[in-house]
Design a protein around this ligand. Structure first.
Ligand code: NZQ
Ligand code: ZN
Length: 385
């Protein structure tokens, strides 16, 4: 195991009725920006619970954060925070709203052009408004990490940043808030969380028994809860286990001290920026193809994954690896998520375009060993046609 120093400061309030905990978490004199998306929280009763818990605190509201939150939209929220001298951002929604809140929190006190937060080293973020989150969509892990992914549609960009200042101080995870999610978003959430674990697990062995067993437990849990999460939207225990798995998939702990890949995500973000495909769907296109392309470099872990996640113990090593990759693709397809570029009407020319864009960003050596070059990216996408 590699050396590591890691601290996750986010306090979690988990379970039914936990939105009420806002009343204790937020100081009585907090000046709050309630940030939300397109309005789902007004239909499912979450907004009413939040308003009740906020009580008499000074609260401004900003609705309209898109899926794949947009820079220009978020800058309008930054203007409100600056004008009204707000000191807390309270995102209520899915990963997009939470990510948007992290950007707003960092951009509000930022002295330079806030676009720099995404394009230059995030170390320049020297402070942020306090963030407390109410999560309504298990998927990204944004509720317990410091990362945010922000899109800028006007110039077809989608970029990430992270800073120790943008961990939520607390996050509220009430499984009942997810009962209103459409099947498409449940599928996306499971598919995204699954890939987060894979990016930190399916690399090369690092003598990290705890991280490996945790990762395998999360993958198996996601596989187990997937059918019922879709067929019984109000089954509390199923949703509770799904949320908790999604939080653990990207709260930093399974990735501490181990090599990490993230090439699937970097390629996927380009597909969203260029073609508007849902985040999780881009991962479903890239992941099986990337595993196939990298099967030599990832051989030992692919065999471990085959045995411990999919119970594949018979046949030759290569046959087990083939079967494990096929199971991965079938898992996404069973969620209702297509795994080929052509399923989304994307032409093969995009393979070279994505490779070129990553190279231009200085991302010419992706993957756990820096072996996924632009040429490999192109190969991976061509094989996903
Ligand atoms: O906008 P509203 O009306 O709230 O509707 C949303 C949105 O249309 C809806 N929704 C959310 N909760 C609901 C609900 N509808 C009914 N009932 C509920 N309880 O779901 C739709 C999608 O929401 P969104 O927040 O976009 O989905 P998700 O949580 O999958 O977030 C995706 C974004 O997160 C980024 C992605 O790139 C993408 O921009 N990621 C963030 C990461 C992080 N911060 O660590 C890591 C991930 O890899 C990912 O890149
Ligand atoms: Zn993701």
């Amino acid at each position: 195991m590699e050396n590591f120093s890691f601290h996750n400061p986010t306090r979690i309030h988990f379970g039914r009725g936990q939105i009420a905990a806002l009343a204790q978490e937020l100081p009585a004199d907090a000046r709050v920006l309630l940030l939300a998306g397109g309005g789902s929280i007004k239909q499912n009763g979450v907004y009413d619970q939040v308003k009740k818990a906020l009580g008499a605190r000074v609260t401004h509201e900003f609705f309209g954060v898109e899926a794949n939150p947009d820079y220009d939209t978020l800058m309008q929220a930054v203007a409100i925070c600056r004008r009204e001298k707000l000191d807390w951002v309270l995102p209520v929604g899915g990963g997009s709203v939470l990510d948007g809140a992290k950007f707003v929190a960092a951009a509000t006190p930022y002295a330079g052009d806030p676009w720099e937060i995404l394009t230059t080293r995030a170390a320049k973020v020297q402070g942020a408004l306090a963030i407390g989150a109410v999560l309504t969509l298990p998927a990204t892990g944004s509720e317990a990490n410091s990362f945010a992914v922000i899109s800028r549609r006007s110039i077809k960009e989608k970029l990430a940043f992270g800073s120790p200042h943008t961990f939520p101080r607390f996050s509220i995870l009430d499984p009942e808030t997810t009962f209103s999610l459409p099947a498409r978003q449940i599928a996306n959430g499971i598919g995204d969380a699954f890939c987060h674990v894979m990016e930190q697990y399916l690399t090369y062995p690092a003598d990290a028994a705890v991280q490996d067993r945790f990762a395998e437990g999360l993958l198996r849990t996601l596989v187990e809860v997937a059918p019922r999460s879709l067929s019984e939207p109000t089954h509390y225990a199923t949703r509770a286990n799904f949320i908790w798995a999604a939080t653990w998939a990207l709260n930093g702990w399974i990735g501490a001290g181990v090599p990490q890949d993230w090439a699937t995500h970097m390629i996927g973000h380009e597909l969203t920026a260029l073609h508007g495909i849902d985040h999780a769907r881009t991962l479903a296109i890239v992941l099986p193809s990337l595993l196939q392309n990298q099967r030599a470099a990832k051989r030992a872990k692919l065999l471990q994954y085959a045995e411990r996640v999919w119970d594949l113990r018979d046949g030759s090593e290569d046959a087990r690896i083939d079967a494990a990759i096929a199971k991965t693709r079938a898992f996404y397809e069973a969620l209702g998520i297509k795994t080929r570029l052509s399923d989304y009407g994307v032409r093969i020319e995009t393979a070279a375009e994505v490779a070129r864009r990553l190279q231009a960003r200085g991302m010419a050596k992706l993957g756990e060993r820096g072996e996924i070059t632009p040429a490999k990216v192109e190969e991976i996408l061509r094989a996903a046609a």
